[in-house]
Design a protein around this ligand. Structure first.
Ligand code: SDX
Length: 369
């Protein structure tokens, strides 16, 4: 029997092996640093790398993109079901429902072989942005737009959500944010995905568990709450006192801190560089200044660096995206990492079942009747 380790929240516990990603010595996916990937790869290439464990050559990339485009069209019955949903569902609840609904229209549901799971994962990568944009347009009282097979993933996503042709700068910034959100080792939602896989359950169940886990504000949900921080602070002059008060009240300042990165989230540094030009383009320089002052105050008062959610929220705001879309964007990207971990767990599975430290009452007698 392995030696029992007790660590609340599994902090510091190595709970398994993975070849998908490491965050030790800098974040890398399948051996490629995120700096290299953000500069030289596209989200489609990174999705392929995560799922297939190798970068695509030109013909493989062409086929992958064609496979994605082939799955942009939703089943008419599924579209009808989505049209019948209430128009005010919280977006992360809708994403959780959408993953479950789309499973009923997947021809390979019930086939949990690695090959079928990989094909189902690829279909989900294609379908999730369509499902998100479809509902977002309906809730605005507009008809959903048609994706274009020839457009990149990021270009389609932005156009389907905003109804406008995105600029090259917005497309590149969105693409980089999707690469940075794609994968992150055994974070809570990925570990939830692996737990579901470890019982031999199916991919859609595992991804649904991932969506539900990511929704929480201590995890993916933080990027939406970062905008509340920025609007609560409101001005540069307010920032230092706001931070001191929030910390004094023991509030968690969204977008700061990380269970693993204690010296700073490398992803935040990369994405921040994309915030400045977009802030200038949309006349939001003041928001960048406020963000910088908050960052300095949290760092000097609490020693907490920003995580990826801190710049990503501003970036999406500058792109004109509604705040309750931010965490669903995280889902669109992280479905690649979740699926890669599902496939890896499936290939070398051991049921994930930790023990617990009992703190309840003992030795009680049930009253005789
Ligand atoms: C993501 O794990 C991943 O990889 C996740 C992720 C991914 O890509 O999958 O990187 C994505 O989820 C990023 C994190 C997004 N969440 C937030 O921004 C929410 C705010 N952050 C915190 O809630 C917190 O930092 C956590 C949950 C992210 C990590 O917290 P830990 O490791 O459990 O740290 P802790 O709660 O033990 O806190 C240690 C100290 C405490 O102070 P003391 O009681 O010792 O005085 O730091 C303080 C905490 O109060 N602290 C914060 C804080 N985060 C920690 N204080 C104020 N604001 C914060 N954000």
């Amino acid at each position: 029997m392995a030696e029992m380790i007790y660590s609340p929240g599994l902090e510091g516990v190595i709970a398994g092996e993975t070849a998908v990603c490491t965050i030790s010595g800098g974040l890398s996916y399948r051996g490629y640093s995120i700096d290299d990937l953000c500069e030289n790869a596209t989200f489609e290439e990174v999705a392929y790398l995560l799922l297939e464990n190798t970068p695509p050559d030109s013909s493989q990339l062409k086929k992958f993109k064609a496979d994605l485009a082939e799955n942009y069209r939703l089943d008419p019955q599924l579209e009808e079901l989505i049209r019948k949903l209430p128009s005010d569902i919280p977006m992360m609840d809708y994403m959780r429902t959408a993953v479950s609904l789309v499973a009923h229209f997947d021809r390979e549901v019930g086939d949990d072989s690695p090959e079928a799971s990989l094909r189902k994962a690829t279909r989900l990568v294609a379908q999730l942005p369509i499902l998100l944009a479809f509902y977002h347009r309906l809730r605005q009282g507009k008809e959903p737009l048609e994706p274009r097979a020839e457009d990149s993933y990021a270009k389609n996503l932005l156009r389907l959500l905003t109804g406008k042709e995105p600029t090259a700068a917005h497309i590149k910034a969105m693409d980089v944010s999707l690469i940075l959100y794609a994968e992150h080792e055994f974070n809570a939602s990925t570990f939830a995905t692996r737990i579901v896989c470890s019982t031999l359950s199916d991919l859609h169940s595992a991804i649904t568990a991932g969506v539900g886990t990511l929704k929480g504000p201590l995890h993916g949900g933080a990027n939406e709450r970062v905008m509340e921080v920025l609007s609560e602070v409101g001005s540069s002059e307010n920032a230092p006192s706001w931070v001191s008060e929030a910390l004094a009240q023991k509030r968690r300042i969204m977008g700061f801190g990380h269970r693993v990165y204690k010296e700073g989230d490398p992803r935040a540094k990369i994405l921040k560089a994309y915030c400045v030009p977009l802030a200038n383009e949309t006349n939001n320089q003041e928001m960048e200044t406020i963000a910088d002052i908050i960052e300095q105050a949290v760092s000097s008062e609490k020693g907490l660096p920003p995580n990826l959610d801190w710049p990503s929220a501003r970036l999406y705001y500058y792109m004109g995206l509604p705040i309750d879309i931010y965490t669903p964007l995280f889902v669109l990207s992280r479905v690649t990492g979740w699926s890669a971990h599902y496939l890896e767990q499936q290939a070398n599975n051991r049921l994930i079942r930790p023990r617990s430290k009992y703190t309840g009452k003992e030795g009680l007698r049930w009253p005789a009747n």
